[in-house]
Ligand binder design. Sequence first.
Ligand code: URA
Length: 249
Amino acid sequence: MTRDDLRQYLEFYRDLGLKEIYNLAPAIPRSARPAGDSIAPTSRGRDAAGAVIPPIAPSGDSLLKIVEDIGDCRRCRLSEQRSKIVFGSGDEHARLVLVGEGPGADEDAQGLPFVGRAGQLLTQMIDNTASKEGIPIRRADVYICNVVKCRPPENRTPLPDEMEICGEFLFRQLMAIRPKAICALGSTAAKALLATKDGVTRLRGTWHKWRDIPLIVTYHPSYLLRPYNQNAKREAWEDLKKVLHYVYD
Ligand code: URA
């Protein structure tokens, strides 16, 4: 393992919220391991500089396995008041994943992401932009999920420990889907995926990366619902156009 590989492994575990790692190298010789042992990486991507991106999900991971691992989650306080866990919806093989902040009241009741007013706007934005741009996709063709899977009380912003705990599952979702691009909706998603304190205004308009996957940041649809945000609406449409063309052209 090169120094770069090691650095990337450590960054990966840090992103998962692990503070201590005792033994990175498998102690059991490969030949003595049972078939299907998940220590060995199955798919190793490379970043732009050719460095190996470490696997960041258990081998053979799938959305179904992640749902099973989440189970009837009680890992943080958000579980106390939720009705339903909102895992995500859309195509497991989507080329584009959009990530929001966390479920609201409608999502909590239905167990599906972005089904309330902000969700209706998001659906319109995806469907109308794709149709105007001649891109043959609709909302059901992308995958949509949130940083936290349970509704924060009073729709407050998720707290850092809640984001950290649930972030493990978001990262696994992203690695299981391995989309061509990610769109972070709002500053909470940007913070979770880019480990930045910068706001959307500063982050939007250019490409970023989550691991080796190109990522664009745009405004959260709830923000666009406020009446005085004409400029932001126009910019959000531009962002969506950009990411749709990148992914589907
Ligand atoms: N806002 C979000 O961030 N996610 C949802 O699913 C709904 C509203």
